[in-house]
Design a protein around this ligand. Structure first.
Ligand code: R5P
Length: 328
């Protein structure tokens, strides 16, 4: 993958915003390239300034930015980078969002609400993005929000490989923390060959982040329960799910999730919980304050690099998953 410039006359330009530079550096290393030279800083009033220190004319540009905290700032920075690329004649601009912000606001739950996930796509498109690459979108329909090609990548194989290496899969029951995650949990059961259980929960619409766990559907007694979710934010969902699983006789609970939002005191609460291990990826930067002993962070960089390389060389990202080249 290192000789990109010799296999084609096109030029790949990998650009990083300031949100997750270590991940962008790791992707650059995998691709055998360097990050584009970009100056980015804040003015005193909070406005962001960006400027490329090299020509970007005619490039196939990939703009990597995780929508991490402070999310609104990093989304805006990404828009400014895209705008700068477009005005400086980049040939094609792909937005790479390992974690797509506002994805959980993908519909109007009640009247007079925005569809924020759609707006994020519209902003990218308006700024000048031609394509979107994202990892484990909260819901698949977000692909339809972006008016252009979308490469939807999955961290499942990466996470599953870690599970396979460390746990006896014959003892595992895959658990979906709610009805919305059942399809994803089913993919896990296919990969691990394990049975499935589902937690039936109800959320109070007036209290954001507040979750009420009701019951477990499926057999979890004396099983190692592998709770699979896309996002761990406050940790509320999985901590309550884990407590319920122990109430139903689970012998242990492991968590696998793609995106470690880890807001509030999630790290402390997860460390103190009865959960044995929380396995995540680095789609979002994990700060020291967010780290805890039970947390395992796997790098998504090889997956992103492989997909970027495939897009650059006009290959097939779907085929990468289909023929197992993206198995970790
Ligand atoms: C919900 O639909 C998501 O898939 C996650 O379960 C949720 O966003 C996690 O949030 P928290 O960790 O705050 O419960």
């Amino acid at each position: 993958m290192s000789d990109i410039e010799t296999t084609t006359s096109k030029r790949l330009l990998l650009v990083s915003g300031r949100a997750n530079e270590p991940l962008a550096e790791a992707v650059a290393l995998e691709l055998g390239t360097k990050l584009a030279s970009l100056t980015a800083y804040d003015f005193a009033n909070g406005e962001i300034f960006v400027r490329f220190n090299e020509s970007v004319r005619g490039t196939d540009a990939f703009v990597l930015q995780s929508h991490s905290d402070p999310i609104n700032k990093w989304i805006m920075e990404q828009m400014l980078i895209i705008d700068a690329l477009r005005r400086a004649s980049a040939r094609r601009i792909t937005v790479v969002v390992p974690y797509y912000g506002y994805a959980r606001q993908d519909k109007k739950h009640r009247g007079r609400e925005p569809i924020s996930a759609r707006l994020v796509s519209d902003l990218m498109r308006t700024a000048g993005a031609d394509r979107l690459m994202a990892v484990d979108l909260h819901t698949s329909q977000i692909q339809g929000f972006f008016d252009g090609p979308v490469d939807h990548l999955f961290a499942l194989n990466l996470l599953a490989e870690h599970v396979r290496k460390n746990i006896d899969v014959s003892k595992i029951t895959v658990v979906s923390p709610d009805a919305g995650r059942v399809r994803v949990a089913e993919r896990w059961t296919d990969v691990l060959g394990s049975p499935l259980a589902i937690i039936h929960k109800r959320r109070d619409p007036d209290i954001p982040n507040e979750v009420r766990v009701l019951e477990v559907v499926g057999d979890v007694k004396d099983r190692i329960c592998l709770l699979v979710d896309d996002i761990v934010d406050t940790g509320g969902t999985i901590i309550k799910a884990a407590e319920t699983l122990f109430d139903y006789g689970a012998s242990a609970v492991i968590v696998a999730a793609s995106h470690a939002v880890l807001s509030d005191n999630a790290a402390e609460r997860l460390q103190q919980s009865r959960i044995t291990e929380v396995i995540v990826t680095d789609t979002l930067p994990v700060t020291q304050a967010q780290s805890f002993e039970k947390l395992t962070v796997l790098s998504i960089a090889p997956l992103l690099a492989t997909a970027i390389n495939e897009v650059f060389n006009e290959g097939s990202v779907t085929q990468l998953f289909d023929d197992g080249r993206l198995q970790a």
